[in-house]
Ligand binder design. Structure first.
Ligand code: PGA
Length: 240
């Protein structure tokens, strides 16, 4: 595990972008996975600029989304699909060779799960998996108590996730489940990047990096990943 402590959010976003860029330079036809959420916005904006000015080429690369709220479609502000469309796909001047964005509003969510898993199987293993970390240590919707051997799965939201989800959208959406890339697929990724900023993340970052490896803190499994970066701003790193 490599820990990179940055002076602020801006530098954290640059550092994460640089790692993504190096991977795509080495393997231009590889599969990348980005999350939704507040944390990745800076990295994604910089990724878009780098692609649009020709610094990063994506015409042979593939993209798969990390997770989604079950029940939310692309038109719903706060869905991961909405976030990725607005922050990544619309501003990009070029297209990935193939993409799979989870549709949380699919009529048959089990079929959607299977299709996501098949896509990762076909184009994977993932070259770069960019992740945020939740206050309970979740990565994607791999919630506390997750089975580390799972691939793409549908899972009940943890109490902590339900507490904080109001920051993404109106809580009129009665959400109970998430769909997510599994820990097994994340552990098979060539490079994993966890980005975190803000003092509210300091405690869980410490537990993930320096606590025991346990499914009570899902991100702690990354201590066993051979090529994982935690890219943190100073405040998120303040308990290390
Ligand atoms: P955030 O979410 O980037 O909005 O803080 C992280 C997460 O819960 O995975």
């Amino acid at each position: 595990m490599k820990v990179i402590v940055c002076k602020d959010y801006e530098e954290m976003s640059w550092q994460a972008l640089e790692i993504i860029k190096q991977e795509l330079l080495k393997r231009p036809d590889s599969l990348v996975s980005f999350p939704g959420g507040d944390t990745p916005l800076g990295t994604i904006k910089k990724f878009v600029s780098a692609v649009n000015c020709g610094d990063i080429k994506i015409d042979r690369a593939k993209f798969v989304s990390l997770d989604e709220w079950v029940g939310l479609g692309k038109e719903v502000y706060g869905s991961c699909q909405y976030f990725l469309n607005e922050s990544l796909f619309k501003p990009l001047k070029y297209s990935f060779a193939e993409t799979f964005i989870i549709n949380g509003a699919a009529d048959d969510i089990e079929q959607e799960r299977e299709a996501h898993e098949k896509f990762v199987e076909k184009y994977g293993p993932i070259a770069v998996s960019l992740l945020g970390i939740g206050l309970n240590g979740h990565i994607g919707f791999n919630e506390d108590g997750v089975d580390f051997s799972l691939n793409t799965h549908i899972t009940p939201l943890s109490e902590k996730t339900k507490e904080v989800m109001g920051k993404y959208f109106n809580t009129e959406h009665k959400l109970t489940h998430g769909i997510t890339l599994g820990i097994n697929q994340i552990m098979e990724a060539n490079v994993v990047i966890v980005i975190a900023n803000g003092s509210h993340k300091a405690q869980i970052v410490r537990e993930a990096l320096q606590g025991e490896v346990t499914n009570r803190v899902p991100a702690s499994i990354l201590q066993n990943h051979p090529n994982c970066y935690f890219v943190l701003d100073q405040t998120a790193a303040s308990n290390l």
